[in-house]
Design a protein around this ligand. Structure first.
Ligand code: NAP
Length: 451
């Protein structure tokens, strides 16, 4: 029987669900997974909030997939840079791209470059120990933080800024982040949406968590009066209904005198300018909105009325954005790789024979971890249907190419050594793990047993 080789680029949830689906095939298929970081799991490790440890246990099911005898992991290999996509298509029957959405959307307003204006993705990557973000500086020495956007990433950032470090110290947040958060002087954290409470992108459980942070008040600034269209949206969606119920409960809860911090939830405000004092952020100017349009498609429409809000540090949390992979078609508008059922399409609309795509770089940055499973199933089915019509055997192994290029890759066995080391280091201080945050430490542990 013919045996096949498939490469997967990326090692986040969509990559592992693709590998899982491939191994369900009756064919003999080898899967090589390439990851630019030394460690696997993508946003499960670098995006999911450290105080959501239960969620991170999903990695155990990925380890099970990785234990398949036909699975190999190549960490510390950047496809598109040190190895080209063409070099992979030469060595595999198919290549599945699962690189996620690696940057953030821009507000495109004056002052976005002010000192103190950050993206939420940078902050999240920093506190989660992503090696590329450890030199970022977040000044929490003043009083007021503003988060623009009301998705679940905005809620994560708000919660991490609001929680006491006594609570966070029991998570796998980095030591560096703890020491900065420990000295935080923030008293007011504003999470601001351009539309209304019925359109808030976050979910009820996450709002509820905000309401239960020890010694923190949550203030809903707007009246929760629903328009006819909001009411229709609420009737049509349990998510909207639950969010409104949660916001109503929060609004009715009395403020604690002993509160250390206040979270302010504000709606109907679009940021139009970041006002600087010299190079530093000072205020944000918002234009007030009203809602217009049919139910389900209500848009924020500016009213011509403005307010300024003092701001010492800003986190722009308006969504992730995909980046192109060298040698692969890319649609700038949607920041995704054009595809049909997961098969990559050339600029002229023809399918690329060996290229497939899954996850956020396929459908855009939406949905929860589990959403990637059905996405990857669709892509793998399309991929298997395509390669099963191939009868060319491929002998050359990527290992030779990596040796030729002098690339020291990290195997899954190496990762398990790192994993054990991180967990042991964490255990000494009562944390689930202490992450290694740079590649030198990773190789020191692999070579000498200590970072
Ligand atoms: P998101 O859910 O798409 O939220 C983006 C937010 O930014 C929305 O409030 C959006 O408002 C706002 N926005 C977009 N453009 C804007 C602009 N130009 N000006 C002002 N506001 C703007 O994105 P996300 O929070 O980055 O989350 C990404 C995905 O990961 C989501 O599917 C999320 O559920 C998931 N996630 C889940 C969890 C969890 O399960 N706990 C945690 C983190 C992330 P509009 O609604 O008006 O567009």
């Amino acid at each position: 029987m013919m045996s096949y080789k498939i490469a997967i680029i990326g090692s986040g949830p969509s990559a592992f669900y693709a590998a899982q689906e491939i191994f369900k095939s009756e064919q003999t298929i080898a899967v090589d997974m390439f990851e630019k970081l030394p460690t696997p799991y993508g946003l499960l490790r670098g995006g999911v909030a450290p105080d959501h440890q239960q969620m991170k246990t999903i990695s155990k099911s990925y380890d099970k997939i990785a234990s398949h005898p036909n699975f190999r992991f190549f960490g510390n290999v950047t496809v598109g840079e040190s190895v080209s996509v063409d070099e992979l298509t030469d060595r595999y029957h198919a290549v599945i791209i699962a690189i996620g959405a690696q940057t953030d959307r821009q507000l495109n307003i004056p002052g976005e470059d002010a000192i103190g204006s950050h993206t939420a993705t940078e902050f999240v990557a920093w506190y989660n120990g992503h090696p590329d973000y450890q030199s970022s500086i977040f000044d929490l020495s003043k009083r007021s933080a503003v988060i623009i956007g009301q998705g679940n990433v905005a809620v994560d950032v708000t919660r991490i800024l609001a929680k006491s470090t006594d609570e966070l110290k029991q998570t796998d947040i980095t030591n560096q982040a703890i020491s900065i958060l420990e000295n935080s002087q923030l008293t007011d954290i504003y999470m601001i949406g351009r539309r209304g409470p019925a359109q808030a992108a976050c979910t009820e459980l996450e709002l509820k968590e905000l309401a239960h942070i020890h010694n923190v008040n949550v203030q809903v600034h707007d009246d929760l009066v629903l328009s006819e269209n909001d009411q229709l949206e609420m009737d049509a969606s349990s998510k909207v209904r639950k969010n409104i119920q949660q916001l109503t409960t929060i609004k009715a809860t009395g403020a604690l005198d002993s509160a250390r911090k206040t979270i302010h939830l504000m709606f109907y405000l679009t940021p139009v300018e970041i006002i600087k004092n010299g190079q530093n952020i000072q205020k944000i100017r918002f234009e007030k909105n009203k809602m217009q349009g049919d139910f389900g498609h209500q848009k924020a429409v500016p009213t011509g009325e403005f307010i300024d809000l003092d701001c010492d540090i800003l986190f722009r949390s308006i969504g992730y954005r995909g980046v192109p992979l060298n040698g692969v078609p890319f649609d700038q508008k949607s920041a995704t790789i054009p595809n049909q059922n997961g098969q990559v399409l050339e600029d002229n609309g023809n399918p690329c024979q060996k290229l497939f795509v899954t996850g956020w770089i396929k459908r855009g940055p939406s949905g929860v971890i589990g959403t990637n499973r059905s996405d990857s199933i669709e892509t793998v089915r399309q991929c298997l249907a395509s390669i099963e019509s191939t009868s060319i055997a491929i002998d050359s192994d990527v290992q030779e190419l990596l040796e030729l290029k002098n690339i020291r890759s990290i195997s899954f066995h190496d990762w398990k050594i790192i994993d054990e080391y991180e967990q042991a280091e964490g255990k000494r201080v009562g944390k689930p793990r202490e992450k290694l945050t740079n590649i030198d430490d990773v190789f020191n542990v692999l070579n000498n047993g200590v970072a």
